[in-house]
Design a protein. Structure first.
Length: 337
């Protein structure tokens, strides 16, 4: 029986081994009404200098998160390949069809790319992208960064995300890369992490990797995007692709101890929140008041936090439905985790 893994159906129209600046498309062929015989372009930028580490930086994994793609485009204009000790591969819109539609999921198949790994070479468009990243790109790399924000639905306290991997050496490398990025928070991904994410794909490939959450709301926050650009430069200095960068302050480390510590919508209505992301709260503190605007006969309801913690993110939606996340709560990592 032939158990060989099928080759990717995606084609990269540039030579990653070539020196200097190379720009081309990762060609995603998916025959649909919008593009039956052509391809959906995923732009890729390669900046290759002298020999050294290879760093992959991606954004637009979710198509309604724009701070990351903006920071990547800034970096592509700022970096001179001749000044690099290694290579930087930039993909500002990994899920380009979703970015063009300002959508969290792909309009081609309605799938969330960050829940699609390890993917499938013979699957739908999102599965094919995931497969290519995990099997063709990550194995080339010495480090990877995946830039996220809260999208149109949420706003996160700016943070770097590092996986608590089973390999202690890789975990330490992840934490060091997160610390180098320089945001005030490090969100450690432990038992509650999803094994279908880019972080999980990097762990399977044995590649040090961080993600970020860079605010959100569906636009480009200038202060947060500035911090992301500086963070990328710091990380490139950390892995010796660039000269050493200024050392950031020590970050606070948090993790999601339980999904039951967060606050969810009890019905359809408006969450009149009383707190913001980045704020410390105590058990029993007021999270906000919930107004059942479609059922005006029902009294509004005070919602309280079920546990002490940090508000890592809050919803940006006006009208919400039962079960939607209103406030995401994290706790400090104790000791060495």
């Amino acid at each position: 029986m032939d158990t060989a893994k099928p080759a990717s159906r995606l084609h990269l129209a540039l030579d990653l081994t070539a020196p200097g600046r190379q720009v081309g498309d990762l060609m995603l062929r998916w025959s649909d009404n919008s593009n039956p015989l052509g391809y959906h372009p995923i732009p890729v930028i390669s900046l290759k200098g002298d020999s050294g580490p290879v760093v992959l930086i991606i954004g637009g994994t979710h198509g309604d998160e724009f701070e990351g793609p903006a920071a990547i485009m800034r970096l592509s204009e700022r970096l001179d390949p001749a000044a690099l000790q290694g290579q930087v591969i930039l993909i500002p819109a990994l899920n380009a069809p979703a970015l063009a539609a300002s959508s969290r999921v792909s309009p081609l198949d309605g799938t969330n790319l960050n829940r699609a790994f390890p993917g499938d070479a013979d699957g739908g468009p999102t599965a094919m992208i995931a497969d290519y990243l995990e099997t063709a790109l990550l194995p080339l790399c010495d480090a990877a960064i995946d830039l996220h924000s809260g999208g149109r639905a949420s706003f996160f306290a700016p943070s770097a995300l590092a996986s608590q991997t089973a390999d202690p050496t890789l975990r330490a490398q992840n934490l060091a890369l997160a610390q180098a990025f320089g945001l005030p928070l490090i969100w450690e991904l432990g038992a509650n992490n999803d094994n279908r994410s880019v972080n999980a794909a990097a762990e399977r490939a044995g590649v040090p990797m961080i993600a970020t959450e860079l605010g959100g709301g569906g636009g480009v926050d200038p202060e947060i995007t500035d911090a992301a650009e500086v963070g990328l430069l710091r990380c490139l200095g950390h892995v010796d692709v660039l000269p050493d960068q200024p050392e950031p302050a020590q970050a606070r480390r948090v993790e999601i101890a339980s999904s039951l510590h967060s606050v969810y919508a009890p019905g359809e209505g408006i969450f009149d929140r009383a707190v913001s992301s980045g704020q410390d709260v105590g058990q029993g503190d007021l999270a906000g008041r919930f107004h059942f605007v479609t059922e005006p006969e029902r009294a509004s309801k005070d919602l309280h936090f079920p546990a002490d913690g940090l508000v890592l993110a809050h919803t940006c939606r006006g009208f919400v439905k039962r079960g939607e996340l209103l406030a995401l709560i994290a706790q400090d990592v104790s000791g060495d985790g």
